[in-house]
Design a protein around this ligand. Structure first.
Ligand code: S3P
Length: 173
């Protein structure tokens, strides 16, 4: 049986870093929904938000997920932070593999993204407030779509990946 590990969670929770670590550890290729959208459109996520709008970006996310569902072989998938907000997407993810929610406190996220200027949803002032309210809204949704929840605050990417690999072994036997 192919193993598919799917990382969900807020911007700055560590999905990309942990995804790279997991890919190294398991030898599975790393896929990333933001990168796949950028490859397919030839545009950056930031550009798509500004020029085509968030709704179009969300449509592209669902398209990408549908193509991944049939992708054979083992893989690790890092997803955009807003992708699991659509019920259709949560269903597709749940069917595609083991969904792991990387859970982080707002302080962790704010620290990690303090210099980031590429997240359209965090542009502008009041970043702290925005992160806190968006996380309060999204947290329960991530939890509802996850098979496994891993807290990431204060942990190294290596330690987080070890937890995920153990969960995968426990699931697949
Ligand atoms: C988004 C998260 C981003 C990216 C886009 C929207 C979100 O991905 O998909 O900026 O809605 O949380 P990361 O979670 O990898 O930052």
């Amino acid at each position: 049986m192919d193993s598919h590990i799917i990382l969900i969670g807020f911007m700055g929770a560590g999905k990309t870093t942990v995804g790279k670590n997991l890919a190294r550890k398991t030898g599975f290729p790393l896929l990333d929904t933001d990168h796949l959208i950028e490859e397919q459109t030839g545009k950056t996520v930031k550009w798509i938000f500004e020029a085509w709008g968030e709704e179009e970006f969300r449509r592209l996310e669902t398209d990408v997920l549908k193509t991944l569902a049939d992708r054979p072989g083992d893989w690790v998938l890092s997803t955009g932070g807003g992708l699991p907000m659509k019920e259709e997407n949560r269903k597709l993810l749940g069917q595609a593999g083991m969904v792991v929610y990387l859970k982080a406190e707002p302080e962790t996220v704010l620290n990690r993204l303090s210099r980031d200027r590429n997240r359209p949803l965090l542009a502008g002032s009041d970043r702290k407030e925005r992160v806190e309210s968006l996380m309060a809204f999204r947290g329960p949704v991530y939890e509802s779509g996850a098979h496994v929840i891993v807290k990431t605050d204060g942990k190294s990417p290596d330690a987080i990946s070890d937890e995920i690999v153990s969960a995968l072994f426990a699931k697949n036997g």
